[in-house]
Design a protein around this ligand. Structure first.
Ligand code: FAD
Length: 284
């Protein structure tokens, strides 16, 4: 499989990348790790006459934890999420989730920015970022704006990002409480049949705050406000977990595909969410 011919650009600043996008319009597309885009180009499902590589842009790299917030440059790789000890201590759910993405080869190249900008419902980072209430920073010809991860996803491969904007940073407050990322997949390296990101804050023996997001169970990630609300004020006992699972099932909308029929996916989603809640509660 060989992609259609393209011209390769390697700008060294966001401004230079934006200028190339302005110059070539719909014919230009940025490439980050290339582990979603290049396979699409090889399959001829995407034709990109001008490929704008972000690898040489230093300002898009690096992990910074400052004043209670985590800032991830868009070009931070999934491997870097795993090996950064300060990040693992501030937000261990990132390491837990990143370790369940594909395999080391993909994780050395795949980036946080590419994973969240792609809009693929199968990507693990979008739901995780919704659970963390992360903010995506976008830079375009008219300047910079922030969009909440919970408002970013509109449909499969459709996001709030304009074609002439580059996602430069992902940031979120250091999460409080216990965290868990659980994923059901057909085999190592596969995308999720169902995955759940859960963050629970405990005060005394009661849950005082809960955030729950599900992956690959709709054409966008699903942050289930109702599922989280069902746990708040409870001790995460069986009745509360049943209510959270029921609320989550009301929010997802899976479709049948080679990962199984709708009923199976709902079953998998329920099992995964129960496991994620139990683990996050243990860690809270
Ligand atoms: P690219 O492929 O370079 O880009 C993806 C899209 O995002 C393109 O449209 C590109 O134009 C756009 N884009 C990239 N960066 C930016 C930016 N900064 N601003 C604006 N637009 C941008 N992912 C998972 O989450 N879970 C999995 O289980 C999983 N399994 C995989 C298995 C295999 C075998 C492979 C090959 C990939 C798998 N992936 C999985 C995808 C992998 O994580 C990708 O690397 C990731 O989804 C995209 O990141 P990237 O940096 O490679 O982006």
């Amino acid at each position: 499989m060989i992609p259609a011919p393209f011209e390769y650009h390697r700008p060294d600043s966001v401004e230079a990348a934006l200028a190339l996008i302005a110059q070539h319009g719909d014919d230009a597309r940025v490439v980050a790790g290339g582990h979603s885009l290049i396979p699409m180009m090889k399959l001829r499902m995407a034709e990109v006459p001008h490929l704008v590589d972000l690898q040489a842009i230093g300002t898009l790299k690096g992990i910074c934890i400052d004043a209670g917030r985590v800032h991830l440059g868009a070009m931070v790789t999934q491997h870097e999420l795993i090996v950064d000890e300060a990040l693992a201590s501030a937000a261990p759910i990132l390491r837990e989730a990143a370790l369940q993405i594909a395999d080391p080869q993909v994780r050395y190249m795949g980036t946080v920015g590419g994973n969240v900008a792609n809009g693929d419902p199968g990507n693990d980072m979008p739901g995780l970022m919704q659970a963390l209430d992360a903010v995506f920073t976008l830079q375009g010809p008219d300047g910079t704006r922030d969009v909440a991860a919970r408002d970013f996803y509109e449909a499969a491969y459709m996001t709030a990002r304009e074609d002439d904007e580059i996602l430069t940073q992902v940031s979120f407050e250091i999460p409080k409480g216990g965290q868990s990322y659980e994923k059901q997949k057909r085999k190592i390296g596969d995308y999720a049949t169902a995955a759940a990101a859960v963050i629970l804050h405990k005060q005394g023996d009661q849950c005082s705050a809960a955030s729950i997001a599900m992956t690959n169970l709709s054409d966008t990630p699903v942050w289930s406000e109702a599922a989280g609300a069902a746990l708040v004020g409870t001790g995460c006992d069986k009745a509360a977990v049943d209510a959270a699972v029921a609320a989550m099932l009301g929010d997802i909308d899976p479709t049948e595909d080679n990962r199984g029929p709708v009923e199976f996916k709902k079953h998998a989603a329920a099992v995964i969410l129960r496991r994620a809640i139990a683990r996050a509660w243990d860690r809270a």
